[in-house]
Design a protein around this ligand. Sequence first.
Ligand SMILES: Nc1ncnc2c1ncn2[C@@H]1O[C@H](COP(=O)(O)OP(=O)(O)OP(=O)(O)O)[C@@H](O)[C@H]1O
Ligand SMILES: [Mg+2]
Length: 258
Amino acid sequence: MIDAVGLVKDYGDVRALAGLDLRVAPGEIYGLLGPNGAGKTTTLRILAALDRPTSGRLMVAGFDPSDDAIEVKKRVGYVAETAILYESLTPREYFEFVASTRRLDRGVVKRASTLADAFDLGSHYDVPIGALSLGTKQKIAIIAAVMHSPPLLLLDEPLNGLDAKSGRILKEVVSLHARGGGGVVFSSHIMEVAEAMCTRIGIVNEGRVVAEGTMEELRALSGRRDSSLEELFLKLTEEEGFVAETIGRLREDASRGP
Ligand SMILES: Nc1ncnc2c1ncn2[C@@H]1O[C@H](COP(=O)(O)OP(=O)(O)OP(=O)(O)O)[C@@H](O)[C@H]1O
Ligand SMILES: [Mg+2]
């Protein structure tokens, strides 16, 4: 479903991706984990054909996004890091609008309404989006991305702003999608989520996948069978020492009192 080899992305002097490789098969839920600025959003935007790589080879859902961006976009449901929605429309109007721009039929609008019920959006369905809370807007962005059942879901920190109940529903939506043969790539800073949901995890650091595998494989890689994903992550991104030192300094400061 995704075959990326040696992706490089430069923004002026900044190298956001430095030879990133990624393969995702149908039925997989692939989690991108990495520190701030590692290149997760850049990767997802390139996969969604919203940005072009500077170099590298890429196929998404059977197409090269540089040549066939429209074909890729048809097959991808993308949730951006920060949802950009039409604030003056209500969710109902927004879903109808999205369906009409994608030339989707009424069945899709019906599915949007089923998803809206699942996410408990009921009382907000006819309120302008601008007046809704952060988490409610996030639910709307998720529904708009998945309502036409695209083969590939690309979700940039999809749990952002969601409460526990909605997070649980999202996990179910994602896992049903994968069980139906779809592919999912999402980024997260929440280790437990990645650990619980992903069939495979890729740890991204400085624009590269520095480690990849199932949770078991990652544990084996670190040589510590009992380590949590968080410990592994810090080790693999070489931030273990920095965090330990910083915590030590903070504790020392705190012990001196106010
Ligand atoms: N439009 C842009 N112009 C210039 N630099 C950019 C742009 N977008 C991203 N970058 C840079 O590319 C690098 C990767 O950013 P990216 O947003 O992909 O990181 P991320 O892994 O998603 O981080 P976070 O966890 O904070 O969301 C960073 O150094 C960032 O400053
Ligand atoms: Mg990001």
